[in-house]
Design a protein around this ligand. Sequence first.
Ligand code: CAA
Ligand code: NAD
Length: 283
Amino acid sequence: MAINNVMVIGAGQMGAGIAQVCAQSGFNVLLHDRDKNALQAGINGIEKLLARNVEKKRLTKEEKATTLGRLTPSHTLEDAATCDLIIEAVVENMDVKSAVFKEVDTHAPKHAILASNTSSLPITEIAAETKRPDQVIGMHFMNPVPVMKLVEIIRGLQTSDETYETIQMMTVQLSKTPVEVKDFPGFVSNRILMPMINEAIYTVYEGVATPKDVDQVMKLGMNHPMGPLTLADFIGLDTCLYIMEVLHEGFGDSKYRPCPLLRQYVKAGWLGKKSGKGFYEYS
Ligand code: CAA
Ligand code: NAD
């Protein structure tokens, strides 16, 4: 199936990145968010990153203008009616995602594929909310989307081979590397990454070392580009907590118990970089 028109739902850090990469790769993109300010912030962020690419001579001024010309803000999910692929990137919460999929399923044309950028939630369950479960799939981009090469592609129990092949091809068109993964809590990436981040938070909670020192150990000792607490702030502590809860509930194993300090930070509204405070402060 040919994909030309894409709708991205959620204009936060992931949605904006996905919209940018799709527009840069030649797709027409509608970017939607239920929050007008978030939508504008998403578009401003894309403009800023494209301008930086022009500055760095990775993009010409004309390519920047063409890319922005392919990007249109959307204020209603009804716009899905013109799209071949809808990629959902709203908060990591099953109720919110279910409601979005239910509604978008009523607007999208029959042939359209509905993809979720979920970090951990079951694609099989999301698919069951729609009348086209064979055309629902997980398309898990990594943050920051314009930089990271991987897309985990998650097949729900109902996902058809045709849907899988279309999304695999599209991923390659975005200059990303697809990896096929089965529908298990956290898939591969977050089943491995998030317990490490949670353990780093426990290390701080138990007073073993400061956040800065925990990060230093993992950066200098393990050659990680970012320490786990810097990375947690970068991902968003709310998202980290949601993912740990999915792992904890999905596997029923206490080894995935979210650290109480992570819960406390999220309750305090300390969500990391996006809220200005997490394990570190951001201006
Ligand atoms: N958006 C877009 N591009 C960005 C960016 C952002 N937020 N941050 C950095 N970049 C790009 C810039 O183009 C920059 O190059 P220029 O300065 O030439 O423009 C380039 O990346 C390098 O950036 P920096 O020199 O500022 O910093 P760095 O060398 O430390 O690289 C990084 C930044 C690529 C983010 C690197 O620190 C890194 O790889 N960190 C780990 C990221 C990671 O693990 N991501 C996965 C998160 S988990 C996930 O996504 C799954 C999930 O479900 C939670
Ligand atoms: P974010 O908080 O930056 O953005 C979420 C956006 O969704 C917000 O702008 C919000 O206004 C919007 N939104 C919420 N409910 C909506 C609705 N019903 N309709 C339309 N828009 C709605 O979050 P994010 O970090 O971009 O994460 C989005 C998704 O991507 C989550 O499922 C997350 O697990 C996943 N993800 C995150 C990362 C990461 O590193 N942050 C990496 C990969 C995948």
